[in-house]
Design a protein around this ligand. Structure first.
Ligand SMILES: [Zn+2]
Length: 322
């Protein structure tokens, strides 16, 4: 899975974090190549999409963020927990949520009585949040957002940093916006997660919007370059039932063909049936039995234990001015 390769056709590898020009091929997944930086080991897409391509991925897509809204209760509960833990360490508002997504962190901050603002490049999502929550949500890059220095007790990047073409610049801007004892909170997919190591490129969170993939050390390096100091880091499970992980595991164990045969699926991939949008019209007893098996297998995966030993799928960090 890991190997050497020539620089890509454009010879254009340039690390988003440290600027190094030397990349090492790591894996090919879902039509993309990922390379690890020879300097700081950040893993990133290579070649990177152009600015125009990145903007097109977000701006007018009415479905961007739909998957977040499908599991509203769990996401809101998770973000409440994040703010509760931060508040217990003395962190308070006002809060700026960069990459506000579907607005769960904003809502959790408002529930605590904090003033809150968001930044979200998806215009439909930003408009929805402003209408529902009555808070300002800026649809411009963090660098251009009209925000006063030292005006936020907390700046959050919840599953945002990996979408940015200048993560260090964004963190440095966040630092300017922090009050003297303010904090930055970050959550990103964790490249060193046990699940990712097991199924490689089939992990659910490798997809085109994610330009980079962090480990604890590359995240710490990004913070350092932005003038921030890591205060706390841990890992934990992602939310939701992870069918892609299950099917990658079945494929690895060469059981997917047998199961597809049992279900009479022919050439149709197993994933086409067992998704969050399961069509009950095809729910034969065989499919129901397979779903029950799927849920049992997923429940056996030791998510929480792996999170506790630093191998969980989500990497979280809190930082302050260095
Ligand atoms: Zn680098």
């Amino acid at each position: 899975m890991v190997g050497q390769r020539e620089p890509n056709a454009q010879g254009a590898f340039r690390c988003l974090l440290c600027g190094a020009r030397q990349g090492r091929f790591v894996l090919a997944a879902k039509g993309m190549d990922l390379e690890a930086c020879g300097g700081c080991a950040l893993v990133q897409r290579s070649p990177l999409p152009t600015v125009a391509e990145i903007e097109a991925m977000y701006a007018e897509d009415p479905h961007y963020g739909d998957e977040l809204r499908r599991t509203e209760g769990a996401f809101l509960e998770r973000e409440r927990g994040v703010l509760e833990r931060l508040a217990a360490r003395g962190v308070g508002g006002p809060m700026l949520d960069v990459g506000a997504g579907a607005g769960y962190l904003l809502r959790a901050a408002l529930e605590r009585g904090w003033r809150a603002e968001g930044i979200e490049l998806s215009r439909p999502n930003a408009e929805r949040m402003t209408a529902e929550l009555g808070v300002p949500v800026h649809t411009v890059d963090l660098a251009q957002a009209p925000l006063a220095p030292k005006s936020f007790g907390l700046v959050t990047f919840s599953h945002c940093l990996e979408h940015l073409s200048d993560p260090v610049g964004a963190l440095a801007r966040a630092r300017e916006l922090l009050t003297d004892d303010g904090r930055v909170h970050i959550a990103v997919p964790h490249w060193n997660a046990a699940k990712r190591r097991l199924v490689g490129g089939r992990i659910a969170w490798i997809y085109p919007h994610h330009l980079s993939y962090f480990t604890r050390s590359s995240l710490e390096e990004a913070l350092r370059r932005a003038g921030l100091e890591l205060e706390h880091a841990d890992t934990r499970p992602m939310l939701g039932r992870d069918y892609p992980f299950l099917f990658a595991g079945l494929r690895r164990a060469r059981l997917d063909g047998a199961l597809a045969g049992f279900l009479g699926l022919g050439e149709r991939p197993l994933e086409s049936l067992l998704t969050d949008n399961l069509q009950l019209s095809v729910a034969t007893w065989r499919l129901r039995a397979t779903m029950a098996l799927a849920h049992t297998l997923l429940a056996l995966w030791p998510e929480r234990a792996l999170g506790r030993v630093g191998l969980g799928e989500e990497l979280r960090a809190t930082a302050r001015r260095a």
